[in-house]
Design a protein around this ligand. Structure first.
Ligand code: AQP
Length: 332
């Protein structure tokens, strides 16, 4: 038995990096009968960097549609983080046992505070505490994480240990990572396809939109002409093929075609566009259906929120009992 928790920030259009690197794996994990899974649109995390309040509700809705369209709600609880106030409540309790020194070592804080130099709030610094609360609130035991979130997961494990040790109670299990190793680069060749970097292909883009972005996307920089054989191992287009193009086409047409210069980058991209459409066409159709019934989306998220609040209430009762916090029920 394992309890899975993961989340996605509503910071922009869900893209192929999110889909190939995370969402597909979340769906796989959630299908296992021995897993109980929670997937969240982590809107409170998105507050840690500048955002537009006017368009934020739309961004949350769109992220929810994307997550539901890949089928995550079939066996998992899908909800919006801010609908469960216990996330921020638990973050306070954990924050009181979180060592400042550990927080100061977080590389993501260093990177993001550099990226948003003019507006670094304390929330960006304490982000890992909220992430620990997200996981521990559901007593998560298995967390799908990419390389860039490993340090935060280690911090969440430390938080579980610190809290249990400080209050001599076994409230939280230590969550283990489920390593997600695939990293999709940006269309600009940047190390990561990222919502905030404008180098994405959206998961729900139409074939025309996909092709427009794919056409100009970075490939093997050494393949300057069609006659020069390519190196699939350094090419982001090939990485995406490995996810959506089945064998034998992957090896025989794409890999061999590239390394022997039988096909050019344009041909290879056309094949990728076809594979993407085969894989994501049905997802886009489901997203369109959901967009046409916003009431249905709300219903699913409301149900998810209610399930999570019930679980979160139980955990918070244990947390407060362990910490000796009884509010008005306190006695001398
Ligand atoms: N390029 C990527 N390759 C593989 N996995 C990726 N993920 C994100 N980009 C890639 C994974 O998607 C999940 C949800 O990501 P997130 O939105 O919560 O955070 P993020 O990693 O910060 O995503 P972005 O697109 O880079 O957003 P911004 O620009 O707002 O910071 C995570 O599991 C993540 O690893």
């Amino acid at each position: 038995m394992a309890t899975i928790f993961s989340g996605i920030q509503p910071t922009g259009e869900v893209h192929l990096g999110n889909y190939m690197g995370a969402l597909r794996h979340w769906v796989e994990l959630s299908k296992k009968p021995e897993h109980t899974s929670y997937f969240s649109i982590v809107d409170c995390h998105a507050f840690t960097i500048p955002y537009d309040a006017a368009t934020f509700p739309r961004a949350v809705f769109d992220a929810a549609v994307a997550v539901l369209a890949v089928g995550l709600d079939e066996r998992a609880t899908v909800f919006v983080q801010s609908d469960v106030p216990q996330h921020t409540e638990l973050a306070w309790y954990l924050g009181c046992v979180a060592p400042m020194g550990e927080l100061g070592r977080m590389t993501q804080f260093k990177e993001k505070s550099e990226q948003h130099k003019t507006s670094v709030g304390a929330g960006l610094f304490t982000y890992p505490i909220l992430m620990a609360a997200d996981i521990l609130l559901y007593k998560g035991t298995l967390v799908p994480v990419g390389h860039d979130q490993l340090q935060h997961l280690e911090f969440a494990r430390d938080m579980a240990r610190h809290f249990n040790h400080r209050f001599k109670a076994e409230v939280f299990p230590e969550p283990k990572p489920h390593h997600l190793t695939l990293r999709i680069k940006g269309t600009d060749g940047g190390e990561k396809m990222s919502k905030s970097r404008g180098n994405t292909i959206a998961m729900l883009d139409t074939p025309e939109q996909v092709w427009k972005k794919l056409k100009g996307a970075f490939t093997d920089p050494q393949r300057l002409t069609r006659e020069i054989p390519g190196r699939p191992e350094v090419c982001n287009i090939y990485t995406m093929h490995t996810v959506v193009t089945p064998e034998p086409a992957l090896t025989e047409v794409v890999h061999n075609g590239c390394t022997t210069a039988k096909i050019g980058c344009g041909d290879c991209k056309k094949l990728l566009a076809e594979s993407l459409e085969r894989d994501l066409g049905p997802v886009r159709a489901r997203a369109n259906e959901l967009r046409a019934q916003p009431g249905r989306v709300l219903e699913i998220l409301n149900e998810g929120g209610a399930t999570c609040r019930a679980k979160a209430t139980e955990t918070m009762r244990e947390v407060k009992e362990a910490a000796g916090v009884f509010g008005a029920r306190s006695r001398p």
